[in-house]
Design a protein around this ligand. Structure first.
Ligand code: FE
Length: 160
């Protein structure tokens, strides 16, 4: 009991990582990711990508394999005729370049991605514009958690 006579909430009622909106790291307008694991020891990361808009998101090449499980909504790559659907699993081989699109009418897409190596974002001619890997993801998350008051060290729980 505290001085005002009320009882302090037990530790278990404090917000858990899962319940924090701020855990989502913004990476572009209407695009954010929820870190699950940043493996600096093996060069991969696992996150839930959330997209709240439709249209083309990016054209990119992968330097390593990608495993994806779609949790919500649907998406596809313009270069393929398959669709990633809710509950479905997709594999993206290293070296492939493709263009991610969330279709019209899909308000929210959420996909768990296990990404080894890097994303190389390319322009329509295949020229590299930006690279993203476990280290740039950590940097982005660290800066976001510092900004929203969780503290830069909040990211450490995801790093192995
Ligand atoms: Fe991809």
């Amino acid at each position: 009991m505290n001085a005002s006579g009320s009882v302090d909430p037990p530790t278990s009622s404090r917000p858990k990582a899962n319940q924090l909106i701020e855990i989502q790291v913004p990476q572009a307008p209407s695009v954010s990711f929820r870190p699950l694991l940043f493996s600096t020891s093996q060069g991969y990361f696992v996150n839930i990508l959330r997209v709240k808009r439709s249209g083309i998101l990016s054209r990119h090449q992968h330097t390593g394999p990608v495993h994806a499980t779609t949790l919500k909504g649907r998406w596809h790559y313009l270069e393929h005729d398959w669709w990633a659907e809710e509950g479905g699993y997709s594999f993206e081989p290293p070296g492939e370049t493709h263009t991610l699109e969330v279709p019209e009418g899909c308000d929210e897409m959420a996909t768990l991605f296990h990404v080894t190596g890097a994303y190389v974002y390319v322009d329509p001619y295949g020229k590299a514009e930006k690279v993203e890997d476990v280290f740039s993801k950590i940097k982005m998350a660290r800066e976001h958690y510092e900004k929203v008051g969780l503290g830069a060290d909040f990211v450490n729980q995801f790093i192995r």
